[in-house]
Design a protein around this ligand. Structure first.
Ligand code: NAD
Ligand code: TYD
Length: 333
């Protein structure tokens, strides 16, 4: 299959591209704007592969999309602004990329009859105290990030209903694993623990997330792309849930540090208490998660420990200013 993968230079997109190129016959064009979170380094090991090519451009730019989609059988859209904290301080880019960008991609897919898969998030359902969300749960997003992702999902569904475009939506729970930018909980805590810097925990540390190893999410996305029913949405939840403070303590243990590095900091506004996603529908389609949280977290810590070439340029650049603004703390090392 000839795939256009938008946002393929980010965390999950690059893992998806790597998995598809190694596992099959696909040829892949990546279209990516290379925001702070998108990096060619994420695809470095694939550059020499003849079935892979890269186009630098934005999904909200129709000529860039028209050039990149030429000859594609399917489009998978990972391109997004993805950090809730940044959506609170600077929501503009979230609206541009999720609303306008998704619209431009849908139009290009509709004109050419290209199958379309939108990568989305459990955050569109909001917080849940008990039980798990299903695909028919109400959308009740809390942040500019999740609200604009929910809007994009609705637009995608409308292109199936209105124009008969073959659309699919995959909503994942919190991902972790190699190549994740260290603004998200797990890579941030791992790098700080390795360096001996403080670990900033929001609120009481008892917010719960449903952890999904990135290799499992990308295998689910590939499975839905190949076998999903057009017009349908598939939730992909991880096998384990865990309060943040338990995750942080385990990371400290794996890095050989003690709990004196933990700093409780001011909570995030509108902080969702718990996410939980049922995966029955995608399991019925033949997918299941292969990695439990304990094992995936160990693999993730090992990857960051062994790949300083990947994160050192991030941690020594503009990231330090972002960190200072966000937490009022500085990175010592
Ligand atoms: P990421 O921030 O690591 O990567 C996003 C990528 O999109 C980057 O390469 C960036 O350069 C690119 N991009 C951003 N705006 C663009 C634009 N306008 N045009 C072209 N490219 C653009 O994000 P991620 O964690 O890999 O997330 C990928 C997708 O998965 C997102 O849609 C996100 O909502 C969804 N998702 C993420 C998680 C998670 O835990 N990280 C969980 C569920 C769903
Ligand atoms: P995050 O990785 O930002 O993902 P999301 O908010 O999209 O679920 O955060 C995961 C959880 O960790 C969330 O409850 C917020 C919390 N958190 C901290 O306590 N400290 C931090 O520095 C970060 C980035 C997150």
């Amino acid at each position: 299959m000839r795939l256009l993968v938008c946002g393929g230079a980010g965390f999950i997109g690059s893992n998806f591209v790597r998995g598809r190129l190694r596992g099959g016959e696909d040829s892949i064009v990546v279209l990516d704007k290379l925001t702070y979170a998108g990096r060619r380094e994420n695809l470095q090991d694939l550059e020499a592969e003849p079935r892979f090519s890269f186009v630098h451009g934005a999904i909200e730019d129709p000529p860039a999309v028209a050039a990149a989609i030429e000859g594609a059988d399917a489009l998978v859209n990972f391109a997004a602004e993805t950090h809730v904290d940044r959506s609170i301080t600077e929501p503009d880019a979230f609206v541009r990329t999720h609303a306008l960008g998704t619209f431009v991609l849908l139009e290009a897919a509709r004109e050419r009859g290209v199958r379309y898969l939108q990568v989305s998030t459990d955050e569109v359902y909001g917080s849940i105290e008990e039980g798990s969300f299903t695909e028919s749960s109400l959308l009740d997003p809390s942040s500019p990030y999740s609200a604009t992702k929910a809007g994009a999902d609705l637009l995608v569904s409308s292109y199936h209903q209105t124009y008969g475009l073959q659309t699919l939506i995959c909503r994942g729970s919190n991902n972790y694993g190699p190549y994740q930018y260290p603004e998200k909980l797990i890579p941030l805590m791992v790098l700080n623990a390795l360096a001996g810097d403080r670990l900033p925990v929001y609120g009481d540390g008892m917010n719960v997330r449903n952890w999904l190893f990135v290799e499992d999410f990308v295998s689910a996305i590939g499975h839905v792309l190949d076998h999903g029913v057009p017009g349908e949405t598939y939730n992909v939840g991880g096998p384990d849930e865990c309060p943040n403070i338990v995750v942080v303590r385990r990371i400290l243990e794996l890095c050989g540090r003690d709990e004196s590095l933990i700093s409780y900091v001011t909570d995030r506004p509108g902080h969702d208490r718990r996410y939980s996603l049922g995966s029955e529908k995608v399991r019925a389609l033949g997918w299941s998660a292969a990695t439990r949280f304990e094992q995936g977290l160990e693999r993730t810590v090992d990857w960051y420990r062994d790949n300083a070439w990947w994160w050192e340029p991030i941690r020594s650049g503009a990231y330090r200013d972002y960190y200072q603004r966000q937490y009022g703390l500085s990175l010592d090392r």
